[in-house]
Design a protein around this ligand. Structure first.
Ligand SMILES: Cc1cc2nc3c(=O)[nH]c(=O)nc-3n(C[C@H](O)[C@H](O)[C@H](O)COP(=O)(O)OP(=O)(O)OC[C@H]3O[C@@H](n4cnc5c(N)ncnc54)[C@H](O)[C@@H]3O)c2cc1C
Length: 415
């Protein structure tokens, strides 16, 4: 690994934010390297899209393919960072060390799961995870799916599963009616969002959406066979083949924390130019807070300009304020209710890599004590799944991750 790749701008994450940043910086004359852990560019929302795809995804990927100053390194995930904006990536050719003039973090967000009895049964999956599996070829034709949790992603997932032929029995949304009505009314006044929402509702015609509703347990022997949902005081049990759950998104801040960037409320802190607290490191998209793909693209544009020393365009402050207002509304409308935090029983597993239960964890004072005494967060996911859960259940905040971010082959480390 002695050879060091050099680039003007290294963008980590090839979703809407990262691609917008990369194209902007390249068009301003910079040499840009984009690294993403996924096998192709697009991020979560454009996963599986190509330059031939219709709409925005196709247009952005086409622009990327024809921009000579941008090189995309797919299947390259960050393992650790070093001083002077140097990042070590794991690639199919082993570890690669990249030194950049500027770094733009566009690592997006991950789904948050909340544990409840039965959530570890096969067939209970992340909502976005099931969507990603079907985009990669999993056949769900005719299968009964219940979607449950919170946030607009549930509707997007239900719509896309339906398009893939699944029988979506309903969407259980823990947020109350009034929050959904408030969100809908706000979206209708926002450019593009009203049309997007209307299109989604059209794709969901005939699929019931149950507000104020959450899963209390899933049952089955080999895999999930039914889910019981609670609404008000009433419980309803629905037989199903899949239970797709997601309780909102949390910013994926682990690379940012390794680089030493300030994080507050779970998101990377940036100024109006998308600068983080570390010189030469910028951040854009959902790593700075959950606001949707339009905000991600807008922030990417600003970060791309800032990374090459240019100023934001005219009207940028008003646009940023509009996006921030939408993000704040999302945050409050889909806040977790106390009943959802109270779902796990003493024997419900919280850290699924190391089989650590709620009963063992709730007696611990903080993340470090839990880790030392129970191995919580020490498995293959390195806390990626259980850290956001323990933050929601017990208010814990884990320290900055230690290298490597993910298990790394010894062979690569030795080279
Ligand atoms: C599972 C999931 C499914 C979603 N589905 C939808 C949907 O159907 N419709 C919708 O409107 N919104 C959806 N969203 C929300 C949507 O993804 C965001 O609004 C939008 O994509 C944010 O763009 P972004 O560029 O900030 O992040 P993303 O699009 O999430 O891109 C971040 C990229 O960073 C990469 N990355 C992260 N960490 C590393 C690392 N250590 N090393 C290398 N690469 C890394 C990831 O592989 C990813 O490609 C989904 C979100 C998730 C988490």
């Amino acid at each position: 690994m002695s050879e060091v790749l050099r680039t003007d701008v290294l963008v980590i994450g090839a979703g809407p934010a990262g691609l917008s940043a990369a194209l902007t910086a390249a068009r301003a004359g910079a040499a840009v390297l984009v690294a993403d852990a996924l096998p192709s560019a697009g991020g979560q929302i454009w996963r599986g899209a190509t330059a031939q795809s219709p709409g925005e995804a196709g247009a952005v990927l086409k622009a990327l393919a024809t921009e000579p100053r941008v090189e995309v390194l797919a299947g390259a995930s960050v393992r650790w960072t070093e001083p002077d904006r140097t990042v070590v990536l794991s690639t199919s050719q082993g570890l690669r060390r990249v030194k950049a003039g500027a770094i733009i973090l566009a690592t997006g967000a991950t789904e948050r799961y909340m544990p409840f009895p039965g959530w570890t049964l096969p067939g209970v999956v992340g909502a976005g995870g099931l969507q990603a599996l079907t985009k990669s070829g999993l056949d769900v034709t005719g299968q009964r799916v219940v979607v449950a949790g919170t946030g607009p992603l549930l509707l997007a997932v239900a719509q896309s599963l339906r398009q893939k032929g699944a029988r979506v029995l309903g969407v259980a949304e823990q947020a109350p009616w009034r929050s959904l009505v408030r969100m809908g009314a706000h979206a209708a006044t926002q450019p593009g969002k009203g049309v997007q929402a209307a299109r989604m509702m059209l794709g969901l015609l005939g699929v019931p959406v149950w507000p104020d509703t959450y899963p209390i347990h899933a049952t089955g022997t080999e895999r999930v066979e039914a889910v019981t949902l609670r609404r008000g005081g009433r419980d309803t049990t629905l037989p199903c083949d899949w239970l797709a759950v997601g309780f909102g998104l949390v910013p994926e801040v682990r690379v940012a924390r390794m680089l030493g960037c300030a994080v507050a409320g779970g998101a990377v802190q940036v100024d109006a130019s998308q600068r983080t607290s570390v010189t030469g490191v910028y951040a854009a998209g959902e790593v700075t807070g959950i606001g949707g793909a339009d905000q991600a693209r807008f922030e990417g544009l600003i970060a791309g300009l800032s990374a090459v020393g240019q100023s934001p365009p005219h009207g940028h402050a008003a646009e940023a304020a509009r996006h921030a207002a939408f993000a704040a509304l999302l945050d409050s409308a889909f806040a977790l209710r106390d009943e959802v935090r109270a779902l796990p029983a003493a024997d419900t597993v919280v850290c699924r890599c190391e089989d650590v239960t709620h009963g063992e964890l709730r007696r611990k004072a903080h993340w470090e004590e839990a880790k030392l005494h129970t191995r919580c967060g020490m498995g293959a996911c390195q806390g990626r799944t259980c850290a956001p859960i323990t933050a929601a259940l017990y208010g814990w905040s884990p320290p900055a991750p230690r290298p490597p971010l993910l298990p790394t082959p010894l062979e690569d480390l030795m080279s």
